[in-house]
Ligand binder design. Sequence first.
Ligand code: ZN
Ligand code: ZN
Length: 422
Amino acid sequence: MTAARPCPMPTAHKRLMDCHAMWHAMSAAYMQPDSFRMHLNSLIQGLRNVTFMVQKQKAELVGYEDWYTRFVKDVTPRPLMRWAVKSRNRIVKESDLELLSEAKIRWVADWSTKEERKFTFPPRMSSHEMLAAIFSNPGNPRVGVVSVSRRWVDKALPDYELLHATREVFIELSRLLHAGHTAAGANSCALDEREPACVTPVISVQPLACMDINSSLRQEHLDLEGGFGIDEVVHRIDRNDRQVELAKQRYGTFAVTASSPIEAAPQLMEAARMVLQKDKHYMPMMWSYRGGKIVDMISPTFFDQNGKYLMFHRLADRVETLRADGIVLAIEAWWAPDDKRDAQGLPIPPREREDRQEVLHVAAATRAGERLSLLAPFSRAKSGEISFGAIISDPADEDMSQLGPFMPIFERWKQMDERGEQ
Ligand SMILES: [Zn+2]
Ligand SMILES: [Zn+2]
């Protein structure tokens, strides 16, 4: 343990915390066009002020030439950072940004069939009115699930929603200040905590989970076949020692020691088998990893196939928000050992086949492209007793027959790669 050193750049550090608080204020005002614009203007100026404050102090900062030069060379040329500087100049000297209120509409018919389109709508239009406008065009498909996400974009940066864009700039500035603090040997700054409570002096080089760029508050979902809205309920699991102890008493001792999702998968399968044996059912679980650590555990639940499609698109949202680089899913599923086709030559899903079999399925994947699918077929005796068959391991799953539900996540990783989000 090294002794705490005072904050080397308290003004810049406080301004960074201001930006965190302002980002939340902007997010909270999302549905009010003028408040949103007001908070956006403050935030964009606040972000710029962080670098101004660092520059002002440069004579006193340890290793400034080193870490600040790296920032100027590697980060400031990025289009998003240039947009932030230009926008700040525009807001201060000329006018507001040209804000567009959009809705992104996503149709999902099955794992491989989906469509996404963006429409411009007045900000106060209700989702029902938007959908009515969209479906007045008979060319728009009426199958599967449709999700409506509201978004604000700047005309000069049409590909980024603005909470997303400003969060990226915030992450880069956090990394800059983190480098400056590390060079000075500062590890805890005695600055006051703020409102909301997540605004602490801790400088994270990773995206903060509280800065949710895909909040359910801005999305609505409709089952087009059933014609009903789908409400989202998230079951987040907080790990605590007491629960771990209770689980050990009930199920026996198991340990998940691996730090990579691929290596953790067999251990999680072992744990899942113990739970299923004891409880006779298994609650689906998904673990998100980042940098070799579990950053999120949730239990994804859905009641029908459309709900399942939607669930996995929302999990992709969560992977993006957390910038997770690996996932493991453990779930009870239907499985069939071979490929059977219907009259049109399409594969018949195992859930619709008579010879279907119950399996525990553990699937793991990483942003770097590793894949693993493990299946443990099992049967239930009349007594309820469960007996497992041998585990079937498929490292590649080339035809995506097992990893189909991960497709929205794979696609999201690809988009994150394309945008250079590390
Ligand atoms: Zn500090
Ligand atoms: Zn926060």
